[in-house]
Design a protein around this ligand. Structure first.
Ligand code: GDP
Length: 295
């Protein structure tokens, strides 16, 4: 995960390690390298610039020039700032409803259905939760089948209605079914298109209004880099979602989406997907991710 970025940041900061005395020029040069590493990882230009400016200010404010171990201090400052940039503390799901309704949104192929299953499995394993999966993709019968396969695999009931082409009606019927059958969490998987378009935005926005979920989650493929951030912005403008799910972090992703998304939409990344298996889900901890990036 983020090997290239880790390597470049390590190289940039290494210059300061082992130096007893450094100058403001050394700090500026290091920050230039850090900025370059972030840009290579597909971090937005403005964010990378602000990031290195803040780190530079903090470094000089904390007297990095006279510190006996300037390299270590710089690594700590960069780590702290990366943590802040990615969201600070981990944020949990709001599961206060009865049932709690979680609406999944995102483009087709982002990993919505897979993540719906992973989340249901994760919650089911918490023992106090009995989830219900609801299939609201009325355009692709294969998507309904896929959710049923996932449900069977993890032992979670799936609600669907193949004769109905109104996703709002299915979502509502799903919530009703959950209430009648003692399910305390409802995860609604919705249709996605290959790109942001008006019809899809209208549909998800209408489902959102009709269902009024406790949690609206936006699922995005981290491999799509800057596009992930742009798509997040488009969905957030319409849905004002509660959290981001970054999928496919196990792949050859450069890391830009993980680093940039919080500061663009001001919503926390709540979970990450790290594989195709149902167990490949992790709570997102910004500080752990920063530790990982900086080795
Ligand atoms: P949807 O169209 O948004 O419902 O996306 P799917 O859940 O069908 O996922 C699209 C593809 O991505 C499938 O082949 C999944 O197995 C794969 N996928 C989903 N999440 C992950 C992940 O975290 N890591 C990897 N490597 N593949 C994933």
């Amino acid at each position: 995960m983020f090997d290239n970025l880790s390597e470049k940041l390590d190289k940039a900061l290494h210059v300061l390690k082992g130096r007893g005395q450094i100058t403001e020029i050394n700090v500026a040069e290091t920050m230039k390298e850090v900025r370059r590493a972030l840009l290579d990882a597909d971090v937005n230009f403005k964010i990378a610039k602000e990031f290195t400016n803040t780190v530079k200010e903090k470094a000089l404010g904390q007297n990095v020039l006279t510190n006996l171990q300037p390299g270590q201090l710089m690594v700590k400052i960069v780590k702290d700032e990366l943590t802040t940039l990615m969201g600070g503390d981990a944020e949990e799901l709001n599961l206060t409803g009865s049932p709690s309704v979680i609406l999944m949104s995102g483009l087709q192929g982002s990993g919505k259905t897979t993540f719906s299953g992973k989340l249901a499995n994760y919650l089911k394993n918490k023992k106090t939760k009995k989830p219900l999966l609801v299939a609201c993709d009325v355009y692709r019968p294969a998507a309904i089948d896929q959710l049923h396969v996932v449900g069977e695999q993890i032992g979670v009931e799936v609600f669907s209605d193949r004769d109905n082409n109104d996703p709002i009606a299915i979502a509502k019927a799903g919530v009703k079914h959950a209430k009648e059958n003692g399910c305390n969490v409802v995860i609604i998987d919705t249709a996605g298109r290959l790109a942001v378009d008006e019809a899809m935005m209208d549909e998800i926005s209408n489902i959102h209004k009709a269902i009024n979920p406790q949690e609206t989650l936006f699922v995005v493929d981290s491999m799509t880099g800057q596009d992930a951030v742009n798509t997040a912005k488009a969905f957030n403008d319409i849905l004002n979602f509660d959290g981001v799910i970054l999928t496919k972090l196990d792949g050859d992703t450069r890391g830009g989406a993980a680093i940039s998304i919080k500061s663009v939409v001001d919503k926390p990344i709540k979970f990450i997907g790290t594989g195709e298996k149902m167990e490949a889900i992790d709570v997102f901890y910004p500080s752990r991710m920063a530790d990982r990036i900086l080795g």
